[in-house]
Every structure is written in C-alpha cells, then in structure tokens.
Design a protein around this ligand. Structure first.
Ligand code: SF4
Length: 346
C-alpha cells in the first residue's frame, strides 16, 4: 500500500449515501441494513456535495446501502453532473419503479444493477432476501424501457450495467445467464463480473471458507471471459475482473490508493474498503483529511498487515486485523456481533 502523500490526488470518490438497505447480502462490504443508516439531512448533503465539487474527482459512485432510499439522491446527482462530474449509482433493484427510473435518466451518468446469481434461488441466497432476483430483473426491465424511450427521442440517458459479484455459490451457468440477460435487456451496455473481495462481511472466516474464490477458481473465472463475451447479444460488453490485481501488496493497488470513500455521515475512510476513519468532511477540510489518510497507509502496523499479502484469504486476514484495530468503538462492537448475517427473510 505505497503512496506519496505530497502528490497523490483524489481521482474518484465512493460515497455511501446510507447504510440502510432492504437486502442482507452475505458478502456485503458495508454490512448495510445491520448498522445505523447515518444518512445526512439535505443541508449537510449540500455541504458534502460542495466539498466533492471542490475536489474535482474524475467520477463519483453513489453506493451504500441502497442509495435510492435517500430522499435527496437525485438532487445531489444533478448538482455533481452539472459540474462535469459523472455519477454512477449502484442499486439492488429492490425499490425500482417507473418514477425512479425516469429520475435516474434525468440525473445520473450510469446505473449499475447488482445481480449475483443466474437464477432466483442462487441470487436470493447470496442477497439474503427472497424475491430480490425478481425485483432486480423487473428493475432492469424498467431501466431498459426508459433508456430505449429516451433513445428514440434522441434524449440523453444513463449507461446501463450489471455487476455480478462472484461467490462460490454464484459460479454456475454463467454463459446461459449472459446470453439470456443480454438478449432480454437490449439497451444493456455492460456486464461486469468480479470475484467478491474479502472486505466487510466477506472478510470473515466462514465466508472465506465457503464462498471466497481460491486461486484455481479465480483462474477459471478469468479464462471464461472470452467465452462469456461470445455468448453476449446486442453488443453488450462483458468483462471479467481478476480482483487479485487489487491485493494490497500488488502494484495495481496503487490505483485504488487514489479512491476516497466517504461514509454516509461525511466520515472519510483512511482507505476505501477498511473501517478506519480519519475525520469528517463536515468538520475539517478534506485536503487535511486526505493527507491523514495517506499517512495512515504508512503506519507500521498497516504495512505489516498488508505488505506480504499474496492471496484473497491472506487479504481477508489482513482486513480482519485492520478493521478490528482501527474501526470505531461502534464498528468493533458490530463486528463482534457478526455471525447471523445472510439469513434469508421474506
Ligand atoms: S451488498 Fe447487499 S446488503 Fe450490502 S448494500 Fe448492497 S444490496 Fe445492501
């Protein structure tokens, strides 16, 4: 986790707008739905947006939790895009309706719907709520329809994508799935398939044992890329990502070093994905917090945990150490309660 504190800019921002979520995914990086939402009111949202505009990131992602639960998500998106900052929204599809699909078309650059299984049984098991696959498909139908309508009227609209977080459970029937969804949703632009990273709930030993892909499975996933692309219809781009390039000790992890992650209440993480916080952008200038974040990455304990990581399971161990040491008291209490996450609910 090397960085140069004097020169490393913020290239991209992930803003988790809320930790509220109707789903209970077994791999959730933010453990949403199982911690306080900490959503800002509109006045503080405007202050955070001002700060982000001042950073001039190349792009911003609205994540969570479920961003569409937040009353002001579209206002924040419109302000950011009006300043030339592209906004991608990551959604589960659970809440989607025609009105929200239209608002997304009016306000954001890209919408990505998360789908983690080729069928309802698999997806719902990973996402922890029955009916979530049906809702994700219905959301894609609605977004696809809005995008086609806007296209016919020569109006601007979002890029439409699907994110597939690969667990062991979700490994089967991918070719058929790619062919089916790319045929059904004609305006889909991309399908991104990436293995679950060992952060958040996916760092825990049970997940690592049962669901985290090992090197052989990762190799097989990578090798499947060209075949999956051949199965795609309507010029949908299919990418398969080797998350090993983001291992903390890898050279590519430098790319992630320029990503700033803001928690719902404005807290800035020391490094995207870990629970360590360096302050709040509502209370201190982000430039100062960013220097603190870069310094955190040179902390001897941090370097000792991350320096020799060569596999996802070792990365999981490092994440467990870092989150338990640097998380807030509330984070550490929540982490200590883990164990029942992921049970399917009606
Ligand atoms: S991964 Fe699942 S539980 Fe976590 S925020 Fe996304 S939809 Fe919600």
């Amino acid at each position: 986790m090397q960085s140069d504190a004097a020169t490393t800019p913020i290239s991209r921002i992930i803003w988790d707008l809320t930790y509220a979520c109707p789903l209970r995914c077994v791999h959730c990086y933010s453990e949403s739905g199982r911690r306080p939402a900490r959503t800002l009111d509109r006045a503080d949202m405007l202050r955070v947006v001002d700060t982000i505009v001042g950073c001039h990131p190349e792009r911003i992602s609205f994540a969570g939790g479920e961003p569409l639960l937040v009353r002001w998500w579209d206002e924040a998106a419109r302000i950011l895009t009006s300043h030339g900052i592209p906004v991608t929204v990551f959604v589960s599809g659970w809440l989607m309706n025609e009105t929200l699909a239209g608002k997304l078309a009016d306000s954001v650059t890209a919408v990505t719907v998360s789908v983690d299984g080729p069928d309802a049984a698999t997806h719902d098991a990973v996402r922890g709520r029955r009916g979530s696959f049906a809702r994700a498909m219905r959301a894609l139908d609605q977004l696809d329809r809005v995008k086609r309508e806007r296209g016919r009227a020569d109006g601007p609209c979002f890029e439409l994508g699907m994110d597939y977080t690969m667990t062991r459970t979700g490994q089967r029937d991918l070719g058929d799935f790619v062919e089916r969804v790319s045929s059904r949703f004609g305006s889909l632009d991309y399908i991104r398939i990436g293995a679950a990273m060992p952060v958040g709930l996916a760092q825990e030993e049970r997940f690592v044992r049962d669901e985290l892909l090992d090197d052989r499975e990762l190799d097989r996933l990578l090798a499947s890329g060209p075949g999956l692309q051949r199965r795609a219809r309507n010029e949908v781009e299919v990418t398969v990502e080797d998350v090993r390039c983001f291992l903390p000790s890898s050279e590519m992890s430098g790319e992630t070093a320029t990503i700033a992650q803001i928690e719902p209440d404005g807290a800035l993480r020391a490094f995207a994905i870990y629970e360590a916080k360096v302050g709040n952008v509502l209370e201190e200038p982000i430039a100062e917090l960013w220097q603190r974040a870069l310094a955190w990455r040179q902390d001897p304990f941090v370097l000792a945990q991350t320096g020799s990581v060569t596999s996802l399971s070792e990365w999981a161990r490092a994440t467990r150490q870092l989150d338990r040491r640097y998380g807030s008291a509330a984070d550490r209490a929540r982490i200590a309660r883990r164990g029942n996450a992921g049970a399917a609910t009606d």
